[in-house]
Write a protein that binds this ligand. Structure first.
Ligand code: ZN
Length: 296
């Protein structure tokens, strides 16, 4: 009765093609999206399977090369870029889709708004019925090893979670932690600032991971937990500082680009800037609606 050890590997999908340009003249470009395959001798679990049919095909072909039985697909939070393609992968591999109850509720509302948001931005997003189920006590297993869904509250959206794999010292962090990529801060205005997000980072740190795989990352970077946590905190601190000194969305965008010249996903930075300054400039407005409109 030996207990085999687990391993994990990461696939980083390219962002889908997109029309339009940023204020500095660059083409709009979403962030690269990372999926983690956690695997034993025979079985495997996949996280955050992406948005479009093309991404699902590339990710699925990569999963197939690992030659494992894919039992579960775990979704960290309700944003469509993390799961709208889940159905294609679930069907291809006969896998179950798993999420927390809070995430499943966010997925339901995401399906309702996708025609006004994701379908306006990208071609080839598959049908996306919400088939995710909860698991008892937010725990499931892979060849006898615990996979623990940890609810961390608000980060880049409400009701976000991470997946803790104690036997690997691994946290799959969704969009709670970022790695070399601009962070989406647009929902923070409605949340009254970054306090809840900082609490969420603290909950990840308390798990004492050695490795953190972030939902968006530069594929050239490693997954060192201490570095990614520190850089995520620093990015929020810088945002607070720039919100106090920059008077326009464009000023915020330019200042962030200057401080983070190597960070990917400047489209997300521009959306963030429009959302944060849009809320500031329309004090009577609905922050969630202003944030949503900032994507278009
Ligand atoms: Zn995301």
């Amino acid at each position: 009765m030996s207990t085999a050890s687990l391993s994990y590997d990461v696939f980083v999908n390219d962002p889908p093609p997109q029309d339009g340009f940023l204020p500095n003249g660059e083409p709009k470009r979403f962030s690269p999206m990372a999926s983690t395959l956690i695997y034993g001798n025979e079985d495997a679990v996949l996280t955050d399977p992406g948005l479009t049919e093309d991404q699902a095909r590339a990710l699925g072909d990569w999963v197939a090369t690992r030659d494992r039985n894919l039992t579960d697909i775990f979704v960290t939070h309700g944003h469509g870029d993390h799961w709208l393609a889940a159905g294609l992968l679930a069907e291809r591999f006969g896998a179950r889709v798993v999420a927390s109850a809070g995430t499943i509720a966010q997925m339901q509302s995401g399906v309702a708004t996708r025609p006004m948001l994701w379908d306006q931005l990208y071609q080839g997003i598959p049908p996306s019925p919400v088939t995710a189920v909860t698991v008892p006590g937010n725990r499931f297993t892979l060849e006898g090893h615990d996979l623990v869904i940890v609810e961390v509250g608000h980060s880049d959206s409400d009701d976000t979670t991470v997946l803790h794999v104690p036997d690997l010292g691994l946290v799959v962090a969704g969009d709670v932690i970022y790695n070399g990529v601009h962070m989406y801060l647009g929902a923070s205005a409605a949340a009254g600032g970054f306090g809840a997000w900082r609490d969420a980072i603290g909950k990840v740190e308390a798990l004492q991971p050695r490795h953190i795989v972030t939902g968006h990352q530069n594929r050239k970077l490693d997954d060192d937990a201490g570095r990614t946590i520190a850089q995520t905190r620093q990015y929020l601190d810088d945002a607070d500082e720039l919100l106090a000194t920059e008077t326009t969305a464009l000023g915020f965008f330019n200042a962030k680009v200057e401080r983070y010249p190597d960070y990917l996903g400047r489209y997300v930075l521009w959306v963030t800037a429009r959302a944060l300054y849009g809320v500031r400039e329309h004090p009577g407005g609905n922050p969630a609606q202003i944030a949503a409109a900032s994507w278009l």
